[in-house]
Design a protein around this ligand. Structure first.
Ligand SMILES: Nc1nc2c(ncn2[C@@H]2O[C@@H]3COP(=O)(O)O[C@H]4[C@@H](O)[C@H](n5cnc6c(=O)[nH]c(N)nc65)O[C@@H]4COP(=O)(O)O[C@H]3[C@H]2O)c(=O)[nH]1
Length: 514
């Protein structure tokens, strides 16, 4: 079984590795998307340029057709041939002009009546009342194919060099110029092929004026040997970002697991439990009160000692909220017991500086009233605090005592300013720190000091509770010099959850004289 800290380390590494893999994947995916986005605009621009050029060529061809006299009575006579030659010569994208009837060529400016063009297949209808044909030029060594556009008896041959600027596109680009229905392929540039969405992009634009469409495509894939360097760079960048993100996530997780963050959540959700330790008469062990002790079992940090988490709550400015939980829960759990045993009290720890918060006693009064518990059955165990203004504390606890509440001084003797601390306070009981209880009965300075503390308590008309009584010898030793003493410790009982406390038979008849 792995220790919790080892488990955390394993999880941290796993998160880093997962983030790195994710970073690499995301960066490659993003690069391909950007690569394709860039290709998309590239292929669109390419198709538009070809379309624009095709429209220019078609416009020129149509203008040439319009320049040929349609009312010519005798086709191919000398005048007509002269006019055809003029057209063939003047129009930039026209190689030849001539006459045809149906699909029979009659004559042309270039070849006279030699009928060198042999029309193939059926024509495609153009948008300008014209027909588009493909024809083979016969008589030359290798048969050339040309585009012929006709209207009535006139025809013109598109110059084969009309599209020469596009004949050798970059390897990844290709395009076709076709009729709108795609039936007539006029020109093809590059090597168009089947394209999957991941491999490249395609664009198709059609002319508003002519029966022409241009389809272009670009093969654009970052996963190729050609781009191996770029791909390597992108992957490394992704890995670095992934590791950085993993580090940030690990920090956030560690932060979320930190004691202050967990404690804040525990306070917000009232995840503080309470246990109760009986305070008894040392003489006969009869119970007279219970001390409320807080417990916090966190899933991350396990059991956290109450003095530790109360100090943290103080630093976080949450002491009041935490005290509220303790007061509210303890009153809810103990109210029935306290009402059934009017001689019993519950004592609740409160740091001296928290006693200065004006909301604290107001809250105690309200909660006691709400739980129907008399203030006489509530005691505050004041914990010494070096920073608290003791005069103000004394004033607050006097007000609380005037309302009937009890005040105990906790851990007396353990603090560095115990005597000056006591001088200002009027209290009901003094709880002697368990380090003194341990010394009871021996000849140590602590044992001597203990007898003096008892005398001081007597002078202050306060009773004494000995904390941490663990053995019968300690109890006897305490009784030998303080027969009226009260005691608290494992000899009598450990701190118990409320159900276990309620099950104690001695609670039926608690001590009367306290
Ligand atoms: N060795 C030994 N120990 C014994 C014996 N009998 C009782 N104890 C322990 O001694 C401590 C007595 O509480 P404390 O002096 O008020 O000291 C408390 C108190 O200062 C603080 N604390 C606990 N609950 C609260 C709370 O609700 N509010 C505030 N403000 N402080 C609390 O945390 C301190 C420690 O509390 P715990 O760990 O519960 O420890 C308790 C109790 O479990 C014994 O016979 N032998």
């Amino acid at each position: 079984m792995l220790e919790r800290s080892d488990q955390r380390r394993v999880w941290m590494r796993l998160r880093l590795a997962a983030c790195m893999v994710l970073g690499v994947g995301l960066s490659v995916w993003l690069s391909q998307v950007l690569w394709l986005a860039a290709s998309e605009s590239r292929v669109s621009a390419y198709a538009r340029v070809i379309l624009h050029h095709s429209e220019m060529v078609a416009g020129n061809v149509v203008a040439a057709l319009e320049a040929i006299d349609q009312d010519q009575r005798v086709l191919c006579d000398t005048d007509d041939e002269a006019a055809l030659k003029k057209v063939a010569f003047e129009f930039r994208f026209v190689k030849d002009a001539g006459r045809l009837v149906g699909r029979d060529i009659q004559c042309s400016a270039l070849w006279g009546r030699a009928k060198r063009y042999s029309i193939e297949g059926e024509p495609t209808r153009g948008k300008t009342r014209s027909l588009l044909w493909r024809a083979v030029v016969e008589g030359s060594g290798t048969p050339d194919r040309v585009d012929i556009t006709s209207r009535d008896t006139a025809f013109v041959v598109t110059s084969p060099g009309a599209f020469s600027p596009f004949e050798s596109p970059p390897e990844e680009l290709s395009a076709t110029v076709t009729s709108v229905d795609g039936q007539l392929l006029m020109h093809a540039f590059g090597k168009p092929g089947r394209l999957s969405y991941l491999e490249g992009r395609a664009a198709r634009f059609c002319s508003d004026r002519f029966n022409i469409c241009v389809s272009a495509q670009v093969q654009s894939n970052i996963f190729s040997w050609e781009h191996a360097g770029l791909l390597g760079f992108v992957m490394s960048l992704g890995a670095v970002f992934g590791v950085l993100a993993g580090y940030v996530i690990n920090q956030l997780v560690a932060n979320a697991r930190s004691l202050p963050v967990r404690l804040k959540a525990a306070i917000r959700h009232s995840r503080i439990e309470l246990v109760y330790q009986p305070i008894v008469r040392a003489q006969d062990g009869r119970i007279c009160g219970v001390e409320v002790l807080s417990r916090w079992n966190d899933s991350e940090h396990g059991w956290v000692a109450p003095d530790v988490f109360f100090e943290r709550a103080e630093e976080l400015g949450l002491a009041f909220e935490l005290n509220k939980i303790v007061f509210r829960k303890s009153l809810a759990e103990l109210s029935a017991l306290l009402r059934a045993n009017p001689g019993l009290y519950a004592s609740i720890n409160l740091a001296a500086k928290d006693a200065l918060d004006p909301r604290t006693f107001e809250f105690i009064k309200l909660e006691a009233a709400r739980a129907n518990v008399r203030l006489e059955q509530l005691a505050i165990e004041l914990l010494e605090s070096s920073t608290a203004n003791m005069k103000m504390v004394a004033q607050r606890i006097d007000e609380f005592r005037a309302l009937g509440g009890k005040v105990f001084v906790d851990d007396f003797g353990a603090g560095y300013s115990s005597l000056s601390y006591l001088a200002n306070l009027r209290v009901d009981k003094i709880k002697i720190d368990r380090s003194f209880t341990k010394a009871v009965g021996d000849c140590s300075p602590a044992a001597f000091a203990l007898i003096k503390v008892n005398e001081i308590a007597g002078a202050m008309q306060a009773q004494v509770i000995f904390e941490g009584v663990e053995t019968e010898q300690q109890r006897q030793a305490v009784l030998s010099f303080c027969p009226q003493a009260f005691a608290q410790g494992w000899l009598f009982s450990k701190a118990l959850p409320v159900q276990a406390l309620l099950a104690r038979p001695d609670l039926i008849r608690p001590a009367e004289n306290q």
